[in-house]
Design a protein around this ligand. Structure first.
Ligand code: PMP
Length: 421
């Protein structure tokens, strides 16, 4: 066990090698203690947007520590959180006027679900059904797991998960079945909320669907008074080509969850944005209608200042152009595999590219997954396939040459699949 006391996340310690220790991060790179440079092709689990240790974000963190650390956020407030909330309301899809802070993507989802149920209870028309999309992932806390796809990630905890109704993933050409299923679940007026990852299902295998489907789901929800929760934890902050993925469908959800890229990937912070109607349902002299949720580190001032610096970068640096350039490079470079029989489902959405290696057994536990990871790491590349799904989700500062090296290595890595058929 190497003398380490650390139990790592999503890690099978019995079969995985001791992890390299990272001593430094810079731009698109991680540097190990012994001086190896590793290209972070997955943005450290999708959080880093502009690159590691963006100077402006680091400076904001340093400066804030001169005056603030954690401050209880019930009954008190502070400038970084106030300014950030105003900025988020201005940047997010219209109609999202209130910002509730928490500290991780999963928590932002828990908050969203509680807001939805609280809304219907407080308006005196309780609803409890939650509708989810097949193959989704929304986090690892009990509520977030409950609204995610059932499978290997959560089989052991099944007895704790609450029931939801699932509409099928809208694969290309089969979108109508998804819309029909949602329509059917909307008829009895009992559906409180539909929760979706807009346009790209991340941990479910980087599955992508058309913006038009999201727009249609929104329309159906609106007709039946169902709330739409957009989980933009992964898709937000430019990942899919726009600041938020919902923009591409021209929709505003009732509730939007954001985390990961909110601080540019520097510190943990999350926000759940909600409409005025949802806030108003909780606004009352009757204190039983309070939104009863908090976590100790809610709206941490240093993390809020980091997020504000991120907002500043979006406003003052050509981030949209960088996102557009990276999106173009990704689609150009991954295209070499589109007719390659070793791969299938070659796809991109904004800065994300993904392709499925053809293997005998697919799925998250496909044997080829850990072997691919080791193969890439030996070559100085951090790539973490979801089973046989290889994806590239780099910080926006990655260069064309770095991507070329990465795709060249994906080409070489395909040979590993032949031993796994
Ligand atoms: N929602 C989505 C769409 C995610 O991709 C993730 C994390 N990968 C989460 C929620 C959970 O976020 P966290 O790991 O910060 O709890």
């Amino acid at each position: 066990m190497n003398g380490s006391a650390v139990w790592h996340p999503f890690t099978q310690h019995a079969v995985e090698p001791a992890p390299p220790a990272i001593a430094r991060t810079d731009g698109a790179y991680l540097e190990t203690r012994d001086g190896r440079h590793i290209l972070d092709a997955i943005s450290s689990w999708w959080v880093v947007t502009h690159g590691h240790r963006h100077p402006r974000i680091m400076e904001a963190i340093r400066n804030t520590t001169e005056t603030l650390d954690q401050v209880i956020f019930a009954g008190l407030t502070h400038e970084p959180a106030e300014e950030l909330a105003s900025a988020l309301v201005a940047m997010a899809p219209s109609g999202l006027d209130w910002v509730f802070y928490s500290d991780s993507g999963s928590t932002s989802v828990e908050v969203a679900l509680k807001m939805a149920l609280g809304y219907f209870r407080n308006i005196g028309a309780p609803r409890s059904r939650i509708v989810v999309m097949g193959q989704s992932y929304h986090g690892d806390t009990i509520g977030a797991m409950s609204v995610g796809a059932r499978g290997v990630f959560n089989a052991a905890y099944e007895p704790l998960l609450f029931e939801v109704d699932t509409i099928p993933f809208p694969a290309a050409g089969r979108e109508q079945a998804t819309l029909d299923a949602f329509e059917a679940l909307s008829r009895d007026g009992q559906t409180a909320a539909l929760i979706v990852e807009p346009l790209v299902l991340g941990a479910g295998g980087m599955r992508m669907y058309r913006a038009r489907v999201l727009a249609e789901l929104r329309r159906i929800a609106e007709r039946s008074g169902t709330l739409v929760i957009a989980d933009e934890v992964m898709t937000g902050w430019g990942r899919t080509g726009t600041l938020f993925a919902c923009e591409q469908a021209g929709i505003s959800p009732d509730i939007l969850c954001t985390s990961k890229g909110l601080t540019g990937g520097s510190l943990p912070l999350a926000a759940t944005l909600a409409t005025d109607a949802i806030f108003r349902a909780h606004y009352s002299t009757d204190r039983t209608r309070t939104f009863f949720h908090s976590s100790s580190y809610t709206a941490n001032p240093i993390a809020s200042a980091a997020a504000l610096a991120n907002v500043g970068i979006w406003k003052e640096e050509p981030v949209a152009e960088r996102v557009a350039a990276l999106s173009w490079m990704q689609s150009e470079k991954v295209a070499r595999f589109s007719k390659d029989p070793r791969f299938e489902n070659v796809r991109t959405k904004g800065t994300i590219a993904a392709l499925d290696l053809r293997v005998g057994s697919a799925g998250y536990l496909a044997e080829v997954g850990p072997r691919l990871r080791a193969f890439f790491l030996e070559r100085g590349l951090l790539v973490r396939p979801l089973g046989n799904v290889i994806y590239v989700l780099p910080p926006f500062c990655v260069t064309s040459d770095e991507l070329d090296r990465l795709y060249e290595t994906i080409d070489e890595a395909a040979a590993l699949a032949s031993d796994s058929r």
